[in-house]
Structures are given as C-alpha cells and as structure tokens.
Design a protein around this ligand. Structure first.
Ligand code: SAH
Length: 227
C-alpha cells in the first residue's frame, strides 16, 4: 500500500518531510513529489499549492505516476461549527464543494456531490488520536467543504453553512477526494482549525498556521506508524 499524502502549503508537509526515510525528490510540472518511507510505510508526499485545480493535478499525478493506493490530505482549515475552535481537528466523514452546483455534479460525471471518507482510514485516525494520549485538541468526524476562496467574513461563512452544513472550510479537500473517488481509492481529509472563517480569519490563520499544520501532520504520522 502506497499512501499519497498532500498538503497545500509547505507548512503542511514540512514535519512529514522531515520524518521521511529513504527520501527521494521527483520534480514534475512545478511540484516536488517525495517518495520514501513515513512511519515505516511507503508514501509519496507533495505540496500541491492551494486551490482545487492544483490539488486535483497533484492527486491524479500521485495515482497514475506514483501508484498511490490511498490519498490523505493534511492541513489547516477554517472552523464553521459551534462545537470546535482553533487547534481542533476534523476528519472527513465526507467532503463537498461549496462552490460547485450540486445538481450538475449529480447529473454529469462523477454523478455525486459528496465524497465519503474511507471508514478504515477514519478508524485508523481515531486510533492514532487515542494513541497520542491527550494531544490538547478535540477530534470530530464531520463534513469538510471546499472552494476556491479563503473564507473570512461572517456573511460568506453563514451562506456556506446554510447551504452545505460543513464543520470546516478549506480549499483542496473535495478535489483530492474527487480524484480518489473516480479511481475507487480510499481517501481521508485531516484538517486542524487555524481560524474561524470570520473577519479575524487572516490574522488567526497566520498566527496558528504552523502549530495547526503540525497537529494534523503528527496525527497522520501516528496513523502511518499504526497502519
Ligand atoms: N489569508 C491567507 C490565506 C492562505 S490560503 C493568506 O493570504 O496567506 C488558506 C489555506 O489554508 C488553503 O490551502 C486552505 O485549504 C486553508 N484554509 C485555512 N483557513 C481557511 C479559510 N478560512 N477558508 C478557506 N481556506 C482555509
């Protein structure tokens, strides 16, 4: 089993890259793909760049060029639910687009507007969280909503919540889950809350980006050690 691991930003992959063994870099189309072992398991790791298109290109490349059998997206997100706050982590029960017409997604390929998290990866992530002891944040299995926009206003946030009912918002998860879905591969999105997707989101994001990116990455590292 080769795990394809994607972070959108360098901050989201640096802890993982630093823990890799037999690291080998493969530059391709402006992106560095790193193969090697993480937690003793074969992985391909990359920083995709932000947004849906870059994430989808990276995900599909991992599948067809590097033989990824499962995709995991790790990183930070804006919290939009009442029971979590900064530092907490969401695991994707499912992932949706908040900026793509659901009716069209259902009518045309891939004929779904919802990409479920893999039950085995979800169980492994929960086991990893338990194995970390008390890591100082809460874990929730919930909905991730993706779109090509940094959400930093109450109005935009409220609009997304009323339409999609997510627990957090980010900019890559659905594209990665979509790529996994059409190839029949397991997928999981792991996101630590860097901000509350409101008027303070930019300041909060820059304050908590590194520590939250590492929360998500450390949970993923523990998953791979236990896999
Ligand atoms: N304000 C920052 C935004 C960077 S993009 C800047 O100007 O540098 C934010 C990245 O973190 C994306 O990859 C996205 O997946 C995630 N993210 C974190 N908080 C988010 C939010 N409130 N809305 C959308 N994406 C968010």
């Amino acid at each position: 089993m080769t795990y394809g691991i994607i972070g959108a930003m360098q901050s989201e992959i640096s802890l993982l890259k630093g823990n890799m063994e037999q690291l080998k870099a493969h530059p391709l189309a402006g992106t560095e793909y790193y193969t090697g072992l993480l937690g003793g398991k074969p992985v391909v790791l990359a920083c995709s760049g932000i947004g849906k298109v870059s994430a989808a290109i990276c995900a599909q490349t991992m599948i067809i060029r590097f033989g990824a059998d499962a995709l995991i997206n790790t990183g930070v997100a804006g919290c939009v639910c009442d029971d979590l706050t900064v530092y907490d982590v969401v695991l994707s029960q499912d992932v949706v687009y908040h900026d793509f017409d659901s009716d069209l997604l259902i009518k045309y390929f891939p004929h779904t507007d919802r990409f479920p998290g893999d039950p085995e990866l979800l169980a492994l992530a929960q086991k990893a969280y338990a194995a970390l002891g008390d890591p100082g944040y809460r874990l929730k299995v919930g909905r991730v909503a993706t779109g090509d926009q940094f959400i930093e206003s109450k109005e935009v946030k409220d609009n997304i919540v009323s339409r999609c009912r997510p627990d957090c918002v980010e900019m890559e998860g659905a594209a990665i889950a979509h790529a996994a879905y059409i190839s029949g591969l397991p997928v999981l999105v792991i996101r630590s809350m860097s901000d509350n997707a409101d008027g303070n989101a930019d300041v909060s994001f820059h304050t908590f980006e590194t520590v939250c990116a590492d929360h998500s990455a450390r949970l993923l590292l523990k998953m791979l050690e236990l896999a």
